[in-house]
Design a protein around this ligand. Sequence first.
Ligand code: MCA
Ligand code: AMP
Length: 474
Amino acid sequence: MPGETGNLFEHLLSAASKSPDQTLFHRPDGSTVSYSEMYRRSGQFANGLAALGARPGDRLVVQIEKSTDAIALWLGCLRSGIVFVPLNTAYTDAEVDAFVDDADTGFVVTTPERNRGSTLGPDGGGTLAELADQQPSNSSIIAVADGDPAAMLFTSGTTGRSKGAVLTHRGLLANARALVEVWGITGADHLLHTLPVFHVHGLFVALHPLLLEGAEITILSRFTVDSVISHLSGVSVLMGVPTQYIRLLDDSRFSAELAGPVRLFTSGSAPMTPQVHSRFTERTGRTITERYGMTECGIITSNEPEHPRPGTVGKPLPQFDLRIAADDIVEVRGPHVFERYWRRPDATADAFTHDGWFRTGDVGALDDDGVLTLAGRASDLIISGGYNIYPKEIEQVLDDDHQIAESAVVGWPDEEWGETVVAFVVLQPGVSDFVPPDLSDRLARFKHPRHWNVIEALPRNAMGKVKKAELRRR
Ligand code: MCA
Ligand code: AMP
């Protein structure tokens, strides 16, 4: 039965019929893509995927560089009911294979260099783009029920191995609409898009509210300080993670004159320290609107751009109910929240309370005005530069090394990255000269430990659990 909200695609590209010539994307080389061109390109991808045999409900795993064609592919999946499964471009082949297995699909798109399925290059080259080039641009927009999946993003939630969080058309639309309201996004806005498009932050938060309103986006293939500085003038919105703002502040060219005209700066995915908030305000005279999100829910809370309270993550978005449980964990409920982990009913059941609240795993407190302050996380999760890193995954790889008897991985505070990965290893008997193992085939570079400590024994509590807090204190 068709749902009330319908296919998210129709909402995101409504500007294509209202004002077809309106520019959607500006590329750094000066070329543009209008809303109606994006509409047609997504139709070509939808037809290309159908020609390959993909049907509604099939999962399409994509590990591709950021480009306007990558976004057209996402929109093409939406209109044809194919579930988009984006992966970090830093993942190794071994990591990608595990996700493809879990997603249980034969439909995989990678860059031409990887060539592990259909390919799509950064500038729209490669076999899938060529196949799309030959397709008609009109394709039907399938009717979806409210709970139908639009995308699946792998995340480890609060603990354990990666699970696919199934995100629905309805949930993504509810979150995008709420952000339009809270951040006052209009068709007059122009966003500078610097984030990767394989996470909720870059793929949904930084795109959907702008698309809903028919706004413009300058799309950078990746974040560099130089490219932000050269494209900031003329834009009204910048969204980023703390590491990006820290890098901008470390460059003297990032000035009040440059930042002044930007209407809205937002930050999230990792905590922003009070020092960075104040450095930003001292330099630019402006404030950063900090917000809090999670793959399973999109954005949960945000400061109000007009009245930001640095150090807090603001109030729940419209239609979100938020409460603090007895153990101080933030729990949320509402149409934005995901429905299930892919084929993991056990993990889904564990993630929700018996009365239907999602347990975020973040520890926080609400003040009398309903403003949330986060105090950390209940798990050992490390957040480095906005990427989540699970100690257990690294420990398992380290423990396979012939030199290592056992290992423990912790996050260590770092000015630029927020946290950085530190490994403690106990050596096998007889090993005296430890050489950090080559992890390049098994773990993406951003997960590799940056510091190694050889210790006699891991500190454990009475239950045998490694005392990570004690390791961090060392
Ligand atoms: C890159 N490297 C990293 C990271 N990124 N190391 C640790 N943590 C990282 N996050 C390493 C590379 O492995 C490489 O190491 C070296 O840094 C340079 O790599 P490069 O690709 O040039 O890095 P970069 O382009 O400068 O990347 C930094 C970055 C990036 C721009 C801050 O990490 C980034 O885009 N982060 C944003 C992540 C994000 O969007 N998160 C949202 C998820 P070596 O030199 O050793 O080879 S959370 C979410 O979606 C929720 C809903 C939310 O709240 O938003
Ligand atoms: P992910 O699972 O990649 O979606 O990351 C979500 C996690 O990022 C949340 O559970 C929080 O721990 C963290 N996070 C997101 N935004 C913020 C923020 N503004 N301050 C502190 N932590 C944040």
